[in-house]
Design a protein around this ligand. Structure first.
Ligand SMILES: NC(=O)c1ccc[n+]([C@@H]2O[C@H](COP(=O)([O-])OP(=O)(O)OC[C@H]3O[C@@H](n4cnc5c(N)ncnc54)[C@H](O)[C@@H]3O)[C@@H](O)[C@H]2O)c1
Length: 361
């Protein structure tokens, strides 16, 4: 079978995750890496035995040796890079969040339509086997009619400086992991329309290095009456949390991605490079990439291209997520519930500006 040739842009954290995911995908093969940081790029190519190296996304997009490109670069580059890929005839897999503004989102959707190229939205929570199983049970009526869903994504903060700047990230934890929780809830509930959004936004733990938010609570009221109660945080001590709960008229379902259902270990000395992280009771990860849904996500995108299928997650979903995040910042700034369809009567450049700076019409 002919394989689609994949190029990865960004030799950072998620670039490696994409590579690992594609190593399990049927019908595709990673052939190229692009990064402005040549040292990182070369190390990535060597580590993963990748034959083609590019200095820029543009060079990769213009190459006729690549069919699909994944974007694992800071958020502010997503729109420009996605458009360049599609205008050069490449399908594009865009990491979350889709982009920084609704105008950018519209441009991505428009170019995808005009160029007849896919603009996939890489939200892996919709492919996590544990969450997929929970959804199957709920869809089969296992807990009656769902009336409330909860999801939270938390850890102690990211690694690269660009996450902490509004110009490169568009916002803090809201844009980094709030988007995961939002799309999880939409997907799990079969994408009902949003009626309103209410949010609390705070900066708790990172005041010395950023003005951006590091702890958010988002309440979404859907038109079908179901409520999503979502949290995202960079202020959690003690490891990462990725947890969902769904409450129904005839039952309830809980799924904790990282604790339980796997290995449970008590170690007095610790067993990780930093033993502090693994002393005492822990839940050691195994097959992390698979458990987090990345190969399933990439397989789905490749299948869509190969068999001309409608994707489960596209730029249109990324735009709705962005609308909800913008509404959440606006709600936190005004103390009000924001009704949909969303209208923002204030000027802002980046989503977080609505919360950070005094509102001006
Ligand atoms: N879905 C997930 O689980 C997940 C997890 C982490 C990050 N992400 C997303 O992935 C994206 C990248 O995050 P990361 O954690 O990999 O960041 P990172 O800082 O680890 O890596 C970013 C890479 O992009 C490169 N880069 C910067 N500017 C570039 C340019 N102009 N051209 C080419 N390369 C450039 C950097 O040199 C770096 O190697 C972000 O949008 C982030 O939100 C998603």
């Amino acid at each position: 079978m002919e394989k689609l040739r994949v190029g990865i842009t960004g030799a950072g954290f998620i670039g490696q995750v994409h590579y690992d995911a594609f190593s399990k995908v049927i019908g595709a093969e990673v052939v190229a890496i692009a990064d402005v940081d040549k040292k990182r790029r070369d190390q990535f190519a060597k580590r993963n035995n990748i034959r083609l190296k590019f200095d820029s996304l543009k060079q990769m997009a213009e190459s006729d040796e690549v069919d699909v490109i994944t974007l694992g670069v800071p958020n502010y580059l997503h729109k420009e890079f996605a458009v360049t890929c599609m205008k050069n005839g490449k399908h594009v897999i865009i990491e979350k969040p889709l982009c920084l503004t609704l105008d950018e989102a519209d441009e991505i959707i428009e170019v995808s339509k005009k160029s007849n190229r896919y603009a996939f939205y890489a939200e892996e929570l919709c492919f996590i086997p544990k969450f997929v199983r929970a959804k199957e049970i709920v869809d089969a009526g296992g807990i009656g009619r769902p009336y409330m869903i909860k999801e939270w994504e938390k850890h102690a903060g990211p690694y690269s400086p660009w996450f902490f700047k509004r110009e490169t990230a568009g916002g803090g934890i809201m844009m980094d992991m709030g988007c995961h929780a939002i799309e999880f809830a939409r997907w799990f509930l079969n994408k009902p329309k949003v009626k309103s959004v209410y949010a609390q936004v705070n900066l708790v733990l990172h005041k010395k290095i950023t003005k951006l938010d590091d702890n958010v609570i988002i309440l979404i009221e859907f038109e079908n009456g179901v409520v999503a109660n979502l949290e995202a945080s960079w202020a959690l001590k003690g490891g990462m949390d990725s947890v969902m709960e769904c409450y129904g008229t005839e039952g309830v379902i809980y799924a904790d991605l990282l604790r339980g259902g796997g290995i449970k270990c008590y170690s007095e000395r610790g067993f990780t490079p930093n033993p502090e992280e693994s002393r005492g009771w822990t839940f050691p990860e195994y097959d992390w990439n698979y458990q987090n849904g990345y190969p399933q996500e990439m397989q789905h995108f490749i299948d869509c291209i190969l068999h001309n299928k409608e994707p489960m997650e596209s730029a249109k979903d990324g735009k709705v997520v962005l609308e909800i995040m913008i509404a959440a910042y606006l709600s936190a700034a005004t103390g009000k519930k924001i009704e949909f369809p969303l209208k923002v009567p204030y000027k802002y450049k980046y989503p977080v500006d609505l919360w950070l700076y005094p509102l001006k019409r």
